[in-house]
Design a protein around this ligand. Structure first.
Ligand code: SF4
Length: 209
């Protein structure tokens, strides 16, 4: 990462972390993917049951591979025959991994979901939620975060899963009611009542979409 961008990201991350702390959530800054992986593994005790919901960023820092190789019980929904059982198991997991579609510079996270297993597990269930969030996801405010979720994250995800939505074809949100829409639920995470549950690792890199 360019050193001027890194300086800017350090300063911005400091602001986001203060915002998260004011909302009873923990934030950490990682200078690169390796540091992010180290921090994530510090937050996940060995022997934990771990699962995830569509967290490309966790793959990108090498976390999923490390968990599969290590002393963890990693539930990989894509590999399980009974996908519904695997999704339900997430609610009782020790750790749920996620990214965010966007985060405001004062620590509010925005996530959209079609299937809604990801946003529901973020909201309640797993004992701990660890977010891996590239600094490319930081927006000025909720309005900017919603715009990012619907005009950056959603079109790319819709294309990735070959969905028939207007955003997949045009790259922009048309506020559709397509049967394929991935905008069924919007979760705004602005405070955690549960001390020590939500942890956000901000990575000085472009991760996910
Ligand atoms: S509402 Fe429809 S068009 Fe807009 S981002 Fe969601 S899926 Fe795409």
């Amino acid at each position: 990462m360019n050193e001027n961008i890194t300086k800017r990201n350090e300063l911005l991350a400091d602001k986001v972390i203060k915002g998260l702390e004011s909302r009873n959530m923990s934030g950490y800054y990682a200078a690169d993917k390796q540091e992010a992986l180290k921090k994530a593994l510090e937050l996940i005790p060995q022997g934990s049951t771990v699962t995830m919901g569509g967290a490309m960023s966790a793959h990108e820092i090498g976390l999923v591979e490390a968990l599969k190789k290590g002393n963890y019980y990693f539930i990989d929904r894509d590999q399980e025959e009974d996908k519904r059982a695997a999704m339900l198991a997430a609610y009782d997991a020790d750790v749920f991994l996620s990214s965010a579609n966007a985060i405001t510079n004062d620590g509010v996270m925005v996530n959209i979901d079609g299937n809604s297993n990801r946003v529901s597990a973020i909201a309640q269930g797993p004992k701990k939620v660890v977010f891996i969030v590239g600094m490319n996801k930081v927006c000025d405010d909720i309005d900017g975060a919603m715009k990012r979720a619907r005009n950056v994250a959603a079109p790319i995800n819709a294309q990735r899963f070959n969905l028939s939505t207007p955003c997949a074809k045009t790259g922009a949100c048309f506020n559709c009611k397509s049967p394929d829409t991935i905008c069924c639920q919007f979760l705004i995470t602005r405070y955690s009542r549960h001390e020590g549950r939500i942890h956000v690792i901000l990575v000085n890199d472009n991760l996910g979409f």
